[in-house]
Unconditional design. Structure first.
Length: 400
């Protein structure tokens, strides 16, 4: 086992712990009110996630390139998110062994060696409760010295305070042995085979010596420090970032007449694009370099999109009237207006409009606007066959 494998196990176990705490404290939709202090740390990613839902949920035009580190992140986090016993990942193992560096070195060394003789060493999980803050390297160093080969990662050791909490482990070693669909606990020093045999025979609950856990519950350490931390400056900065991120990023001119145009969103393949044929054995050419496609032949704009200037009271009033009409009751609302000032530095412009219109408001990303082909505001965008029908309305007119 090497440093990186232990560190990754630590990282995802703690992410699971915070995911559990986050789920427990998430009580209200993010856009109903100004974010509370308890939810502030979740607001910014939630806003990004919500942007462009509805009309553009099937009209994906803003997807950035996925970074290598992002691949599989959701699955990895969900796999360690604590949900009672299932949250420990128990179904992935046949034996879980709760250990500590407070145990005799010989016992730990023997258990690691026994794990390597198993048919599938990855079905055995060793679990540590935590480490001294800023001293994770000390824990890694102790564990490495006890492994048969410190430069290999065959033996799985994870730092998982939630598992200790789930099974109420107060002294070690403790073996959780799976027999068919049930788990049996054996406490005290034993071999892996011995623990299996005891569980099979429903033998003694306590087998051998137990030792105190040397490592602190790292989650408890974090929780204690969080209670003592002065969060107000952090919250103030977070509010400021949210207000800045939700400001419209560019301007569009205000139209002075009513008129309608058609726009065809297209995509041109930058290079040959291939994909697997049915059965997955061979690849077929999907698109040639330079080939252009009408996007709305393959996607659908589900609801109308209304775009207007957040700083123009005439346009805001016009949009309020539109929203009373049945055909626009589900429309998505986007705003432009880079120079528009919010009511205060920590309140997004979109939040002010949300309160007035009682609807979610999104800042229009410039790239998405280019894909829509909107040249002025206010405008209503709807799909018409393979085109977007864009209707412009003068704020001085009736806006019908």
């Amino acid at each position: 086992m090497n440093k990186s494998s232990v560190a990754l196990s630590l990282c995802f176990s703690l992410i699971g712990a915070f995911a559990h705490a986050d789920q427990a404290s998430n009580k209200a939709p993010w856009l109903n009110n100004v974010p509370s202090e308890a939810s502030m740390s979740r607001v910014e990613p939630a806003l990004r996630e919500q942007q462009g839902q509805g009309a553009v949920r099937d009209f994906q035009m803003l997807g950035g390139a996925e970074k290598p580190w992002m691949k599989g992140v959701t699955e990895r986090v969900q796999s360690v998110a604590p949900k009672g016993e299932a949250g420990t990942g128990a179904d992935d193992f046949d034996i879980q062994v709760f250990i500590s560096t407070g145990m005799p070195d010989g016992v730990l060394r023997a258990l690691f060696q026994q794990a390597l003789t198993e048919k599938d060493v990855k079905r055995i999980r060793f679990v540590v409760r935590g480490f001294e803050p800023q001293k994770v390297g000390v824990l890694l160093g102790k564990l490495r010295k006890l492994l048969p080969d410190p430069y290999r990662d065959d033996v799985l050791v994870e730092v998982d305070p939630n598992a200790f909490r789930t099974y109420a482990i107060e002294a070690v070693p403790v073996f959780l042995v799976k027999q068919e669909t049930k788990w049996f606990q054996v406490r005290g020093v034993a071999s892996l085979d011995g623990a299996r045999e005891i569980a099979r025979k429903r033998g003694k609950y306590v087998q051998g010596d137990l030792f105190p856990i040397a490592e602190p519950d790292i989650l408890a350490v974090i929780e204690d420090r969080a209670k003592k931390y002065d969060w107000e400056p952090v919250l103030q900065r977070a509010r400021g970032r949210i207000a800045q991120n939700l400001r419209p990023g560019f301007d569009l001119p205000t139209t002075n007449k009513d008129y309608t145009t058609l726009f065809t969103p297209t995509f041109t393949a930058p290079h040959d694009i291939s994909g697997p044929a049915p059965g997955g054995k061979v690849e077929v050419l999907i698109a040639r370099a330079g080939q252009t496609f009408a996007l709305l032949d393959y996607a659908r704009l589900q609801v109308p999109v209304i775009i207007f200037d957040a700083g123009d009271p005439r346009q805001i009033k016009m949009v309020a009237q539109w929203l009373k009409r049945a055909e626009y009751k589900d429309a998505d609302l986007f705003v432009v207006g880079r120079s528009v000032q919010p009511s205060d530095s920590r309140t997004p412009v979109t939040q002010d409009l949300n309160r007035y219109l009682k609807r979610p408001i999104y800042p229009m990303p410039q790239r998405l606007n280019e894909r829509f082909g909107v040249e002025a505001v206010p405008a209503i965008v709807e799909q018409e066959a393979s085109n977007l029908r864009i209707r412009y309305f003068s704020p001085e007119g009736k806006g019908k």
